[in-house]
Design a protein around this ligand. Structure first.
Ligand SMILES: NC(=O)C1=CN([C@@H]2O[C@H](COP(=O)(O)OP(=O)(O)OC[C@H]3O[C@@H](n4cnc5c(N)ncnc54)[C@H](O)[C@@H]3O)[C@@H](O)[C@H]2O)C=CC1
Ligand SMILES: O=C(O)CCC(=O)C(=O)O
Length: 450
């Protein structure tokens, strides 16, 4: 469709050097082509042109003082992308690679993901090019306080509700919340992923990883298979990877790998999850330390990965869960997975597979679950946290987990139905984009030209 090409070309001119953002937009626009043709109103009302332009983008200076008394400066971002379905909602990423294009791709994906949850939340994302690695607790706190000193004027429980993402977990949310409360003098549900002791929801920590595995269960079930005895490759060793592995073990599967930005562990007998939690959650250490306890496991340093991909995808397994970061699974990795008999690819991370990897999975009829559907359990549980905060109630772990399971089943069903309706019954990427887009686009039509 010429219109899609034109849209991408225009974006390249008006928002230069935002490669990941173009990638995310192109992927969505190509799969919603049939529905744009079916409903001329979307074109007449410039829904696409409006969708690709954030409602608001905030960029700010984040000055802070390090442990040596040196003043440091980072760049902070919050992109309030689309509020057609509810207050902006989406995480904050603290990572040195963060720039406006990365935050925009994440915010754009978040719009459709949040729509798929069926809950009243719009799409947003934020972060900073701050590297938490090697920073002391005091430095992290001062950075978070400075970040919130600007951010607080743009957010609110009914306006924009940030949460965590890479580099932002319960500790950072605590420091951010403390500063917000101090400035606005209100204890409200302005952030999610809070500690359970003071307003956090049960299951939010586990939700993204658990949700991805619940989604995989739906997919396996539809193919008369179960998780039992399945071998699973997992990348990452952060929040999403850890709780995906926990749920895999609970369901009788065996995760055999995990990774961090320095290297990959492959442990044929199954990853020692307690040890990974100790290294990562408690000590904020490096995965290489795993070998001190398990000398039989394999460790591959990042510099020894194949040139055209990531060594984690070169092992044999039934399922693959990319749970680290964007574009971490290349076409060559996809080829290796398929050759090794892997038939299920479930994205725990946001856009971890390159577009050519996704195309290869789909061409080969592998079961590919896109991140915007499979990892939506995190943001869905964030919305459950907002609901609990607003009603001043606290639900039990099982109550939240039951709701999460139901939401993941509904997302799976909606993606599948949309894929069937548009004659690509096994293409869940197409199904997710159409099902998510339709909700946002219809809400935008109903709200007029804004
Ligand atoms: N935390 C959440 O609730 C949600 C997270 N996601 C996505 O899941 C992915 C992982 O996020 P979290 O687990 O929350 O972050 P995290 O900060 O807890 O962990 C990130 C993991 O990815 C690894 N990593 C980061 N950059 C890397 C790189 N360039 N190369 C190799 N490994 C790298 C880190 O070493 C770490 O193990 C991200 O794509 C994030 O956007 C998606 C939905 C919700
Ligand atoms: O919990 C949230 O609000 C956002 C989670 C997130 O950043 C994501 O879904 O990518």
């Amino acid at each position: 469709m010429a219109f899609i090409k034109d849209t991408i070309e225009k974006l390249k001119q008006t928002s230069p050097a935002q490669t990941e953002f173009y990638q995310a937009v192109e992927e969505v626009l190509e799969s919603i082509e049939p529905i744009i043709e079916e409903r001329p109103k979307y074109r007449e009302q410039a829904i696409i042109e409006r969708l690709v332009e954030p409602e608001r983008q905030i960029m700010f200076r984040v000055p802070w003082v390090d442990d040596n008394g040196q003043v440091q400066v980072n760049k902070g971002y919050r992109i309030e992308f689309n509020s057609a379905l509810g207050p902006y909602k989406g995480g904050l990423r603290f990572h040195p690679s963060v720039n406006a294009g990365i935050i925009k791709f994440l915010g754009f994906e978040q719009i459709f993901k949040n729509a798929l949850t069926g809950l009243p939340i719009g799409g947003g994302k934020g972060g900073a090019n701050f590297d938490p690695k090697g920073k002391s607790d005091g430095e992290i706190m001062r950075f978070c306080q400075s970040f919130m000193t600007e951010l607080h004027r743009h957010i609110g429980p009914n306006t924009d509700v940030p949460a965590g993402d890479i580099g932002v977990g319960t500790r950072e949310i605590g420091y951010l919340f403390g500063q917000y409360k101090r400035i606005v003098n209100q204890f409200d549900g302005v952030l999610t992923g809070k500690a359970s002791l003071w307003g956090g929801s049960h299951v939010r920590t586990e939700a993204t990883g658990y949700g991805a595995v619940y989604f995989a269960q739906c997919l396996l079930g539809d193919n008369d298979e179960s998780m039992k005895d399945k071998r699973c490759l997992v990348s990452g060793s952060g929040n999403v990877a850890i709780y995906a592995m926990e749920k895999l073990y609970e369901l009788g599967a065996t995760p055999v790998s995990c990774s961090d930005s320095n290297g990959t562990i492959y442990h044929k007998n199954g990853i020692d999850l307690d040890l990974v939690k100790r290294i990562k959650e408690q000590n904020h250490g490096r995965l290489e330390e795993y070998l001190e306890t398990h000398s039989g496991a394999e460790y591959t340093k990042r510099q020894d990965y194949p040139e055209d991909g990531h060594c984690v995808w070169r092992y044999e397994a039934d399922l693959a869960f990319p749970c680290a970061t964007q574009n971490e699974l290349t076409e060559k990795d996809a080829q290796a997975l398929l050759e090794n008999g892997c038939r299920y690819i479930i994205e725990g991370a946001n856009m971890p597979c390159t577009q050519s990897a996704v195309d290869l999975f789909i061409e080969n009829n592998a079961h590919y679950a896109p991140g915007k559907a499979a990892n939506a359990g995190g943001v869905a549980t964030s919305q459950l946290e907002m609901a609990q905060n607003a009603s001043m109630l606290k639900w039990s772990f099982d109550e939240v987990d039951d709701k999460l399971q139901r939401i993941m089943r509904n997302i799976y069903r909606d993606c599948k139905r949309a894929a069937e309706e548009f004659d690509h019954p096994s293409n869940l990427a197409l199904g997710a984009n159409i099902a998510g887009f339709r909700k946002v686009a219809d809400a935008m039509l109903q709200q007029g030209v804004v």
